[in-house]
Design a protein around this ligand. Structure first.
Ligand SMILES: Cc1ncc(COP(=O)(O)O)c(C=O)c1O
Length: 398
């Protein structure tokens, strides 16, 4: 039912369920409660000091007007150099588009790709904004259930059945939100080859690149120059609020992206673009922070497994653990992870995200824990979770 004259399209757009958790967190904090926040999807360390200094300098120069739609050329060049350095991939800087966050890049990517009814394969579980943006632009998300046997990633076998009905694009997110898993290199190569053979295109969300623990992630550009690659400054560079991302597009898409960007955003935030120039020089500082996350990851996975959560695939990227809580729910008497999350927060002050936010497939029995926080917070969260479950005191610091 459409009420008050708002668009019918809105019926298809889902709000984030985690907002319920966040609203409850705010209410409890307003009452003076201390909440351990393992639900948020952003690093809690500060913007690198060199980036702040570059921003101050830019303000002193009053660099506050619109930039060219595709972004300032110096930043586009810096992104191209980053690809040379990180992946040994040569790209022309003119193929780099600077966007308002990767969220802006997704709107542009779907905008240049999709006609009404065009199908885009996405994984379930997956990042919740994809299907909403695809629908907003008239496309049709095709959710593919991915389990631990495929490392929670799309694979050629899983794509084959939907391929025959036509697919405009397939979206790969590696490392994944919510599972923290990487797509195996061979699967990435085959998925890209298969989709392109059928006349489609792969969009590769590489926002968690750099946040990897066992091996670096490979860019889709190592496998095809026709892929659309999306990345940004929110995760590895810890710059969520600066709202800055980038997209690398094939030459045939350049003028279409430019025209869409002019119409939708004019340009990405100017101050952020100048500040981000310094971000690529902060690699050592940033890698130090990732080491903390790695300790958190090992500690949290071990503790959760001891508590009866199932984590069949070790997360090796991003800062999430996607845990099957079936055995724990049976013990605590909760019907699903949504009620589990609500009670855990209310009674023990730990916020985590219910699986419902990431799709339908076994969502009610899964939880996402974020460990993008201090070690103390993760340890305290684990202690409180143990008490909630009725366990003896959990692990001591190793
Ligand atoms: C997989 C994934 N893609 C994209 C984004 C959006 O990031 P931003 O718009 O801050 O660049 C997020 C944010 O959490 C994410 O998890």
């Amino acid at each position: 039912m459409i009420r008050d004259g708002w668009s019918r399209r809105l019926l298809e757009i889902q709000p984030f369920h985690v907002m319920e958790v966040i609203n409850a967190v705010k209410r409890l904090e307003a009452q003076g409660r201390h909440i351990i926040r393992l639900e948020v999807g952003e690093p809690d360390f500060p913007t690198p000091p060199a980036v702040l200094a570059a921003a101050h300098h830019s303000l002193d120069l009053d660099q506050t007007r619109y930039t060219a739609a595709m972004g300032i050329i110096e930043l586009r060049q810096a992104v191209a150099q980053w690809y040379q350095r990180q992946y040994r991939v040569t790209i022309d800087p003119t193929r780099v588009v600077i966007t308002p966050g990767t969220s802006g890049a997704f709107l542009l990517a779907f905008g240049i790709l999709l006609d009404r009814g065009d199908r885009v394969a996405i994984s379930d579980p997956g990042y919740p904004c994809y299907p909403n943006m695809i629908r907003l632009l008239g496309g049709e998300p095709v959710s593919i259930a991915v389990g631990p046997e495929h490392a929670y990633q799309l694979s050629p076998e899983l794509l084959q059945p939907v391929m025959d009905q036509g697919l405009k694009a397939a979206l790969v997110t590696s490392p994944s939100n919510p599972t923290g898993t990487l797509i195996p290199d061979a699967a990435m190569a085959e998925v890209i080859a298969m989709v392109e053979r059928h006349g489609g295109r792969v969009i590769s969300d590489e926002i968690y690149h750099g946040v990897t623990y066992e091996r670096p992630a490979r860019t889709a550009l190592e496998f095809s120059q026709e892929a659309i690659v999306i990345n940004g400054f929110s995760k590895f560079f810890a710059m969520t609020g600066w709202r800055l991302g980038w997209m690398i597009v094939p030459p045939s898409a350049m003028r279409h992206v430019e025209s869409l960007q002019q119409n939708l955003f004019i340009s990405a935030p100017t101050l952020s673009q100048y500040a981000a120039m310094a971000a690529f020089q902060c690699e050592d500082f940033l890698r130090q922070q990732i080491l903390t996350f790695d300790h958190n990851r090992l500690f949290l996975v071990e503790a959760l497994r001891r508590f009866g959560f199932e984590i069949p695939v070790m997360p090796t990227g991003a800062f999430y653990v996607y845990a099957d809580a079936s055995r724990v729910l049976a013990r605590t008497g909760h019907a699903d992870t949504r009620s589990f999350c609500a009670d855990l927060l209310e009674s023990n002050g730990v916020a985590v995200t219910p699986g419902l936010d990431f799709g339908q497939y076994k969502a009610q029995q899964h939880l996402r824990f974020s460990f993008a926080t201090s070690m103390e917070n993760v340890r305290e969260g684990v202690r409180l979770l143990g008490i909630f479950r009725g366990d003896p005191p959990p692990l001591q610091a190793s």
